[in-house]
Design a binder for this molecule. Structure first.
Ligand code: ADP
Ligand code: MG
Length: 257
């Protein structure tokens, strides 16, 4: 990946911390978001490498959802830049970021309860020139909801609704998938299904940035974990190092123990 706009992008600490030789697919540079007097995201330099599954953890209010919504363009930064696949996204409209290869499953539900499963999957495909029928069939199989294609989404279990919502993002075949708390409120079995779905999409080449509190789930899917606290990156590293980091335990893991 080339980032002619900023020759320092590949030098950022996040890359060095992964020890990876892979290329960055996403970088933020001094990214900041203020809501009035509150700085929700504070000068974040953050990199995700192509082909990885990165987890982002941190206490409630740390700025995790805000960071994801800055990446998708739902929110505009107060300062800083975002690069994706060599391009400066910072001033790009959200739908153009989607076309460029970024999809998100938001923290709050975004499915249409009164539509069927299949109709929900058609929504993101409306403005594309993809072979819609083929994409639908493949996506229904991927999220294991083919048998429920014609059922209203309101009849699905919580776990199935989350799979459907991930499926809606998957229809666009993004290079980078952002998932905000994909297993919150799920049973152990439902959580295992989501982990399997993420692994299989990852095997097909998708890169992930996943916000999640469930540390067992994080351990299952992720090698590298980034910890956000009060809008800043506190630390980053392999899951074992994160779980043994005293400061992380104090500000975050302790509260969930
Ligand atoms: P997290 O996802 O890590 O729990 P958020 O990114 O949702 O945290 O929020 C970070 C901080 O920004 C919180 O203090 C939250 O109250 C605040 N915040 C988030 N969105 C808005 C908004 N639209 N307006 C004002 N404050 C917001
Ligand atoms: Mg959040």
């Amino acid at each position: 990946m080339s980032t002619p706009q900023d020759p320092n992008v590949r030098e950022q600490p996040a890359v060095a911390a992964t020890g990876s030789s892979r290329e960055a697919i996403l970088s933020t540079n001094g990214l900041k978001k203020k809501f009035g007097g509150l700085t929700a995201v504070d000068s974040v330099d953050f990199t995700v490498d192509e082909g990885e599954i990165r987890c982002l953890i941190g206490p409630n209010g740390a700025g995790k959802s805000t960071l994801l919504e800055l990446i998708t363009g739902q929110l505009s930064p107060t300062d800083g830049d975002i690069y994706f696949d060599g391009n400066d996204l910072t001033d790009m409209e959200p739908h153009r970021r989607m076309d460029a290869g970024i999809s998100i499953k938001f923290q709050s539900p975004h499915i249409y309860e009164s539509l069927t499963v299949e109709q929900n999957l058609r929504v993101p495909l409306q403005r594309t020139d993809r072979d819609i029928e083929a994409v639908l069939e493949r996506t229904l199989a991927r999220i294991a909801l083919a048998e429920k294609a014609d059922e209203p989404a309101s009849d699905l279990s919580h776990g199935e609704k989350q799979r459907l919502e991930i499926g809606m993002a998957v229809t666009l075949d993004p290079a980078l998938m952002l998932l905000d708390e994909p297993v919150a409120g799920m049973s152990v079995d439902e959580t295992a299904d989501i982990a399997e779905l993420i692994q299989s999409l990852h095997d097909d080449g998708m890169t992930f940035l996943v916000v999640e509190h469930d540390m067992e789930f994080v351990r299952k899917i992720s090698e590298q974990v980034t910890v956000l606290n009060q809008g800043s990156v506190l630390t980053q590293g392999p899951i074992e190092a994160i779980e043994n980091n005293e400061e992380v335990r104090r500000i975050y893991l302790g509260e969930n123990a």
